[in-house]
Design a protein. Structure first.
Length: 322
């Protein structure tokens, strides 16, 4: 039997404690070696729940020889520094999305990982859910005819005022936090060649970050995408693929819970069909995919990662011109 991946955690963020660490604790592919925090109290508390040794400071964790890979759930603004440090320390990296604040930095980190022969993955869990796989198969099989329009929205109610998503110094803002989901989904379903044709961002003057936005994208072949996102909405997590002969709708799309049984709505001239799937744990799937890549030494970069970062840059630039 293959030995489990020895991994450490840089930071005790909410997503780590609430979702990723509990999931990894159930998987035989992982064993938690160490948990690092700038606040040793938080490291002790997290390690007491999930195992591993508490460590004061991220550098000390990266120095450990019993850590093969690290998970980086830090605020986006800190990703580039600590991902680079982890790679240079010889560690494979599994980082929360988005990987960095811009395409140039993302490209540099991808190149660094490839040069060092290390696995670098971004934790977009929804890409690993069975419902996305099924929808792509349906579209490829002609279920909607020729795809004409992809529309998606990911929006959440206002956060607490002290939430790091409102902190510009830490890479806050709706575009990077929730807007990245519909952008990545458009790329996932419409393929390469997407370009941003227009965008709007609404900024909160008090916090200095964007809190809502929308974007229009188009493919060379004429298909388009309409995307919306924000921090000041009724909770919405959905996408729709509209084609020449039908329509597929998925909701919730991006953050379904492990016990949620997905229902894909398929409309066409013959009527409406509800395709019911079994519950699927996208977090566990994403973690297994990372561990498998490390085991197989699959260090090939994910082309969608850099392209997604480029599109997010283009959304920001288009919004600045509007």
């Amino acid at each position: 039997m293959t030995e489990p991946l020895r991994w450490g955690v840089l930071g005790c963020a909410d997503i780590a404690v609430r979702r990723v660490l509990p999931t990894a604790a159930r998987l035989p592919e992982f064993t938690l070696t160490a948990v690092a925090s700038r606040d040793i109290t938080r490291a002790v508390e997290t390690a007491s729940r999930f195992g591993g040794q508490p460590v004061a400071g991220y550098d000390r964790l990266l120095e450990r020889e019993d850590v093969d890979a690290v998970y980086v759930p830090l605020p986006t603004g800190l990703h580039a520094e600590w991902i680079a440090r982890a790679l240079r320390a010889g560690k494979h990296v599994f980082a929360e999305k988005p990987l960095t604040h811009g395409a140039g930095t993302t490209r540099e980190l991808v190149a660094l990982a490839e040069r060092l022969g290390l696995v670098l993955r971004e934790n977009f869990m929804f890409l690993h859910h069975a419902q996305q796989r099924r929808v792509r198969e349906m579209v490829a099989d002609g279920a909607v005819g020729e795809p004409r329009l992809f529309s998606a929205a990911f929006a959440v109610p206002p956060r607490e005022p002290a939430d790091i998503r409102y902190d510009a110094r830490l890479g806050g803002g709706a575009l990077l936090d929730v807007g990245a989901y519909p952008v990545r989904a458009a790329l996932h379903f419409l393929g390469d060649g997407l370009e941003v044709t227009g965008a709007r961002l609404r900024h909160d003057p008090e916090h200095g970050v964007d809190v809502a936005g929308s974007a229009l994208l188009a493919t060379p072949g004429g298909a388009s995408a309409q995307l919306a996102f924000g921090f000041e909405h009724y909770y919405t997590s959905r996408y729709e693929v509209l084609g020449s002969a039908g329509r597929i709708t998925v909701e919730p799309a991006f953050t379904p819970l492990p016990d949620h049984a997905p229902v894909i709505r398929w409309e066409r001239s013959g009527g409406v069909e509800l395709i019911r799937l079994r519950p699927d744990d996208q977090c566990a799937n994403a973690l297994r995919a990372f561990a498998d890549a490390v085991r197989r030494k699959d260090t090939a970069p994910d082309p969608g990662l850099v392209e997604q970062a480029r599109l997010l840059d283009r959304v920001r630039e288009a919004a600045a011109r509007s």
